[in-house]
Design a protein around this ligand. Structure first.
Ligand code: ADP
Length: 587
C-alpha cells in the first residue's frame, strides 16, 4: 500500500472531524459499546450451551434446564440489542442535527463570495450529513462489537481445539486482507459519487431558477440531457463502487466458506484420531458460522466509515467557510458628533480587487456621501458601481485605501454597526421566504403593522397587498408578484428602518410608470433627512439626483450635477442620449 492510499484508509483528517463531532456524545457511545459487549458475550455462550446439550444427550442426562438457559440468553440478547440500536440511532440523529446546525450557521455567517452555489450547499447540508450519521455511530460500534465477537469466538475456538483454529485463522486472515486492500478504491469512488450528486444539485438549482427561460427557449430536452448526464455518471460511479463492495463482501464470505470446508475436513480427521469429540466439533462449527456475522460487521463498518469520512471532509469545507469577522479593535459605540462631519460615508483612495490576478474593479476611488440628498452613480456596465455598494456594505474589503463612517475608519467599527446605518435594495430585489410582513420587517422585526402599512403606501403597494387573501400575512413568492412589485417591496423593506444611508441598485429593466414614480417619491422623501445612493439606469432617476458620479473602468471619470455634466462630459452626454432614445421608444 502506498503511503497515500494508507492515509486514505486511515484518513486522519476525516477521523479528526468525526471524533470532534462525536466527543460530546462519548458517554452515550461508551454505554452503547458496553451493551454491545454484553450481547456479543451472550451470543458467544450459545455454541457452548449447544455442546452441553449434545454431551448430555450422549450421556442421557435431562436437557430442559440447559434449553431454558438458551431461551433466556436469547431473550436477554434481543432486549439489549433493541436498547442499543435505539440509543445509537438517537445519538446519530443528535450528531447529524448539530453538524447541520453548524453548517447552516457557517453558511449564513460566511463572507459573500466564499460559498459555492445554493444547490451544491443544499446537497451538502441534506445528503452528506446522512452519510456521517452511520459512520459516526453505528459503524464505530459495529466495528468494535465485530472485533470483540471475532476475538471472543477465536478464543473459545482455541479452547475447543487449537490445531483446528490455526487452520481457520490462516484462511480468515488471507480473505480479510484481500478485502481490506480494496478499501482505498471504494473510498475514492464513494467520494466521487457524492461530488457528482453535489454537481447535480448545483445544475438543477440553476435550471429551476431559469425555468421560464428554459421553457421559452424550448431547451427542456437539452437541459434534461445535461441533468441526465450527471445522474448517469452518479450511477456509473455507484455501480463501480458496488462492484468493489461486492467483491469485498464475497471475499469475506468465501473465506468463511473455505473455513467451513477446512474445519469439516480437519475436524473429521481430529475426531477420527480421538483428539476431539463430536459435540465439540459441532460447537466449533457453530463458532465458524457465528464468525460470518462479525466478519461481515467489520467489513460493513469499514465501508460505511469510508463514505462517512469522505462526507466529513465535504462538510468540513462548509463549516470551515471563510467567515465575516470584525477587526480586533472594532467597536459599535463610537461617539461622533454627526454635525461635525461633512460626510456620513467617505471613500479615500479605495482599490478593490475580486481576484488577485484580475485588474481591480475599483482603482483609487475617492468620494464623499453627504448626510442628506440623492446621489446617482452612472456609467457603463462593469464600471464598478455595484462594487462601490458592496464595499460600503463590507461585503468586499478594499485592497488599499480606507472607508470612513462619520469620520471614523471602518476597521474601528463592527460590521453590524456599519450595516445598521445602511439600507440596501439589491438589483434583482429578491423576496425573502415568508409573508408580506416578513419581507417588510426583515431588517426590523419589531416594526408595528401601522409602520408596515405606511411604508407600503410610500411605494404605492398598499392597495395591492390589501387585495391579497390574507393581507400582510399572505405568503409571497417570486411568481406571486411582478418584477416592479418585488422592487417596491424591496424599497419598502429598506424604508421601514429609516436608514441614514439607502443604497439602491436600480433594476436595469424598464419598470412600469407607477413603480418608477413610487420609487422616486419614496427616495425623495428619504433624501430629505438621509442620503440615497442609487446605481442609476433610468433617465428619471439620474435627472432627479442632486449629484452625479460617472464611473468608467473602475475610476470616477467626472462628477457634478446633471446640467454641469451635460456641458462638460462627452460620455455623460452619450449615456443620456441613449437613455432618451430608449425611454422614447419604451412602451
Ligand atoms: P457595474 O455595477 O458598474 O456594472 P461591477 O461593480 O458589478 O460593475 O463590476 C466591476 C468589475 O468587477 C467588472 O469587471 C466585473 O466583471 C467584476 N466583478 C464584479 N463582481 C465580481 C465577482 N464577484 N468576482 C469577480 N469579478 C467581479
Amino acid at each position: 500500500m502506498s503511503s497515500n492510499s494508507r492515509d486514505e484508509v486511515l484518513d486522519r483528517g476525516g477521523w479528526r472531524l468525526l471524533a470532534r463531532w462525536m466527543r460530546p456524545e462519548a458517554a452515550v457511545l461508551a454505554v452503547a459499546l458496553i451493551l454491545g459487549l454484553v450481547t456479543a458475550a451472550v451470543e458467544l455462550i450459545s455454541p457452548l450451551v449447544t455442546r452441553e446439550v449434545l454431551q448430555r444427550m450422549n450421556s442421557h442426562t435431562p436437557v430442559t434446564g440447559v434449553a431454558l438457559l438458551l431461551v433466556g440468553v436469547l431473550v436477554i440478547s434481543t432486549a439489549i440489542g433493541y436498547v442499543q440500536m435505539v440509543m445509537l440511532g438517537s445519538l446519530a440523529e443528535r450528531i447529524v442535527r448539530s453538524v447541520r446546525r453548524s453548517m447552516l450557521a457557517s453558511l449564513l455567517r460566511a463572507r459573500i463570495g466564499a460559498t459555492r452555489t445554493a444547490g451544491e450547499m443544499a446537497s451538502r447540508v441534506t445528503s452528506d450529513t446522512t452519510l456521517i450519521r452511520e459512520a459516526a455511530t453505528g459503524s464505530v460500534v459495529q466495528f468494535v462489537n465485530g472485533i470483540i465477537a471475532l476475538v471472543g469466538s477465536l478464543a473459545l475456538m482455541a479452547y475447543l481445539d487449537v490445531i483446528l483454529l490455526a487452520f481457520t485463522a490462516a484462511v480468515i486472515i488471507a480473505g480479510m486482507s484481500l478485502a481490506l486492500l480494496l478499501m482505498p478504491r471504494l473510498s475514492r469512488l464513494q467520494q466521487q459519487v457524492q461530488e457528482q450528486l453535489g454537481q447535480l444539485g448545483e445544475r438543477l438549482d440553476g435550471t429551476v431558477r431559469a425555468m421560464r427561460t428554459v421553457k421559452a427557449s424550448q431547451a427542456e430536452d437539452r437541459e434534461l440531457a445535461v441533468l441526465y448526464d450527471r445522474v448517469d455518471d452518479a450511477q456509473t460511479l455507484g455501480v463501480r463502487a458496488v462492484r468493489v463492495e461486492a467483491a469485498a463482501a464475497m471475499l469475506t464470505g468465501l473465506a468463511v466458506n473455505v473455513v467451513l470446508i477446512v474445519v469439516l475436513v480437519v475436524g473429521a480427521w481430529r475426531v477420527s484420531t480421538g483428539a476431539l469429540d463430536v459435540p465439540s466439533l459441532v460447537a466449533f462449527l457453530l463458532y465458524v458460522f457465528a464468525l460470518t456475522s462479525p466478519a461481515g460487521m467489520i467489513m460493513m463498518s469499514v465501508t460505511t466509515m469510508q463514505s462517512g469520512l469522505a462526507a466529513a471532509r465535504r462538510i468540513d469545507e462548509v463549516t470551515g467557510l471563510d467567515r465575516e469577522s470584525d477587526p480586533d479593535d472594532s467597536r459599535d459605540d463610537h461617539l461622533t458628533d454627526q454635525a461635525d462631519v461633512r460626510a456620513v460615508l467617505e471613500l479615500e483612495d479605495v482599490t478593490v480587487r475580486y481576484l488577485p490576478d484580475q485588474p481591480p474593479a475599483l482603482k483609487s476611488v475617492s468620494m464623499a456621501v453627504p448626510q442628506r440628498g440623492h446621489i446617482a452613480l452612472v456609467g457603463p456596465s462593469g464600471a464598478g458601481k455595484t462594487t462601490v455598494l458592496s464595499t460600503l456594505l463590507r461585503f468586499t474589503n478594499p485592497d488599499s485605501g480606507r472607508i470612513l463612517l462619520d469620520g471614523i475608519p471602518y476597521e474601528r467599527w463592527t460590521i453590524p454597526a456599519v450595516r445598521s446605518q445602511i439600507g440596501y435594495v439589491e438589483q434583482d430585489a429578491p423576496l425573502v421566504p415568508g409573508t408580506v410582513r416578513d419581507n417588510i420587517t426583515h431588517a426590523a422585526p419589531s416594526t408595528s403593522d401601522d409602520e408596515v402599512w405606511r411604508s407600503l403606501e410610500a411605494v404605492a403597494l398598499d392597495r395591492r397587498v390589501r387585495s391579497l387573501a390574507s393581507g400582510l400575512d399572505h405568503t409571497i413568492t417570486a411568481s406571486t408578484l411582478s418584477g416592479g412589485e418585488r422592487q417596491r417591496i424591496a424599497v419598502a423593506r429598506a424604508l421601514v428602518t429609516r436608514p441614514r444611508v439607502l443604497l439602491l441598485d436600480e433594476a436595469t429593466a424598464q419598470l412600469d410608470a407607477l413603480t418608477e414614480s413610487a420609487i422616486i417619491g419614496a427616495v425623495r422623501e428619504l433624501a430629505t433627512d438621509g442620503v440615497v445612493v442609487t446605481v442609476a439606469h433610468r433617465l428619471s432617476t439620474i435627472i432627479d439626483a442632486d449629484h452625479i458620479f460617472i464611473f468608467e473602468d473602475g475610476s470616477i471619470r467626472a462628477t457634478g450635477t446633471h446640467q454641469e455634466l451635460l456641458s462638460t462630459d462627452s460620455l455623460y452626454r452619450e449615456l443620456i442620449e441613449a437613455l432618451q432614445i430608449s425611454s422614447a421608444t419604451a412602451p
